[in-house]
Design a protein around this ligand. Structure first.
Ligand code: NAD
Ligand code: UD1
Length: 322
């Protein structure tokens, strides 16, 4: 993208990597973030890149649901990457109203202000959670969604908001259904955090891990740099209307397999605390990424061993900039 790109949730895990990549490609970037889970230090590298002078960075602190803030943030933007949300399935079970307000309500406001600002492209961070427990794996985009949690429902509703605007000819929408993203800067700090960040930080600290259920639930874990590449392709490719695309590797791994790799890498046997399975959890997932290959020319390049090694490095040695 040559023009200005707004990244909502740009101080978060995935968002800060998107900001870095856009700046490195020479695009000017604006971030809107309320820093609820995002962190100032996630943008340290971005400020350093901007200081080199190739592209500019602006950061607005605010809520995506705030009309004035969102209007200011969207003003003059050619494209919007909308990542701000409450990203935890478990948290949405405990606070469905709060999750829907930010995740769905925030998207309503972001799309509205994108249209007002004349932004041409809107890229939504959707989720494979929308599929629920799919009858068949791998899961293609033709599979009917069956959300099992308020989080999944809010993501599906957000896709609808994007599609409505695209159907009305107001912008081009790309809804990317991320599978389970992991990598440097994923915050392990709460019970709601992504499982790989939880396991790696426990291993680094020599603390016990918690397993909800039997540990045989599986996910398609996709490394953050691959997800960033999919987002950049979604911004750059010649597209019209609405595209709904899976962003996953096509491989699935269960939690006990992840733990084996974590133990091997850390050289520590981890104490395992067993808890009942969490409500709203899906059992298994694996992407059919054929449509993304076709539409975006994208496929995941970083396998789990390499991705986990880079993430472990970050957890134990600080940000490698990965
Ligand atoms: P994250 O919590 O690190 O990022 C979310 C960012 O949004 C944070 O910086 C947070 O401060 C910001 N934010 C939250 N509420 C906001 C609000 N009301 N106004 C402004 N900013 C707000 O999480 P992440 O893992 O980087 O997730 C980014 C997006 O990707 C989310 O939409 C999430 O649902 C989606 N997603 C993530 C995964 C994954 O495995 N991590 C998978 C599928 C989809
Ligand atoms: C994750 C993302 C969500 C995304 C979805 C796509 C986070 C916080 N959630 O949800 O944004 O839309 O992928 O599939 O990034 N678990 C443990 N121990 C722990 C933590 C988790 O056993 O300490 C279990 C969970 O109960 C679940 C599995 O690990 O069965 C994965 O959990 P989690 O990493 O939170 O991912 P999802 O719920 O799949």
């Amino acid at each position: 993208m040559d023009g200005l790109t707004l990244v909502t949730g740009g101080a978060g895990f995935i968002g800060s990597h998107v900001v870095d990549a856009l700046l490195m490609s020479g695009s000017d970037v604006r971030v809107l973030d309320d820093f609820s889970t995002g962190k100032e230090e996630n943008l340290d590298g971005a400020w350093a890149l901007a200081a080199q002078g190739g592209a500019g960075l602006q950061v607005i602190e605010g809520d995506v649901r705030d009309e004035v803030r969102m209007r200011d943030a969207a003003d003059g933007c050619e494209a919007i990457v909308h990542l701000a949300a409450v990203p935890s399935v478990a948290q949405s079970m405990e606070d469905p109203v709060g999750c829907d307000s930010v995740t769905h309500g925030g998207t309503v406001n972001a799309v509205r202000q994108a249209v007002e600002a004349g932004a041409e492209r809107f890229v939504l961070a959707s989720s494979c959670a929308v599929y629920g427990d799919a009858a068949e794996l791998p899961i293609a985009e033709t599979t009917s969604p069956r959300p099992l949690s308020p989080y999944a429902g809010a993501k599906l509703a957000s896709e609808g908001v994007c599609a409505d605007a695209a159907d009305a000819g107001q912008l081009t929408a790309v809804c990317l259904r991320f599978f389970n993203v992991y990598g440097p800067r994923q915050d392990p700090g709460s019970a709601y955090s992504g499982v790989i960040s939880r396991f790696l930080s426990a291993a680094a600290a020599g603390e016990p891990v918690t397993i909800y259920g039997d540990g045989r639930q599986s996910r398609d874990f996709v490394y953050v740099a691959d997800v960033v590449a999919a987002i950049l392709a979604a911004l750059q490719r010649a597209l019209t209307g609405t595209s709904v695309l899976n962003v996953g590797t096509g491989r699935q791994t269960d939690l006990l397999q992840i733990l084996d790799v974590v133990e091997e890498r850390s050289g520590r046997k981890l104490e395992r605390r067993l808890e009942p399975a969490r409500e709203g959890d899906i059992r298994d997932s694996r992407a059919d990424a054929g449509r993304s290959r076709w539409v975006l020319g994208w496929e995941a390049e970083i396998g789990l061993p390499a991705g986990l090694a880079a993430t472990w490095e970050w957890f134990t040695a600080g940000d490698s900039g990965a």
